[in-house]
Design a binder for this molecule. Structure first.
Ligand SMILES: [Zn+2]
Length: 81
């Protein structure tokens, strides 16, 4: 997302509302778990996932475009090309 798009304020309890248009575009329904990723002075939010984005496997994970992918799914993906 481009810098300077949508601005929100932190309330007294430290809460920030994720804009509806973002929630909708990301498919974040109520109860979706999100993870705060701190990178220097910035914080990124991403859907919290403990396993492979395709099959849920929790071992031998690599990250591709911020999504965990297991070795088996990675091999299957590579075989497509
Ligand atoms: Zn997998």
């Amino acid at each position: 997302m481009k810098r300077g798009g949508i601005v929100r304020s932190v309330d007294e309890l430290g809460r920030i509302t994720v804009p509806k248009e973002l929630r909708d575009s990301l498919g974040w329904e109520p109860q979706t778990r999100v993870e705060f990723v701190v990178e220097g002075e910035e914080v990124r939010l991403r859907r919290y996932a403990t396993g492979c984005a395709f099959c849920g496997e929790e071992k031998s994970l690599r990250t591709f475009r911020d999504k965990p992918v297991c070795a088996r799914c990675l091999r299957e993906l590579k075989s497509l090309f």
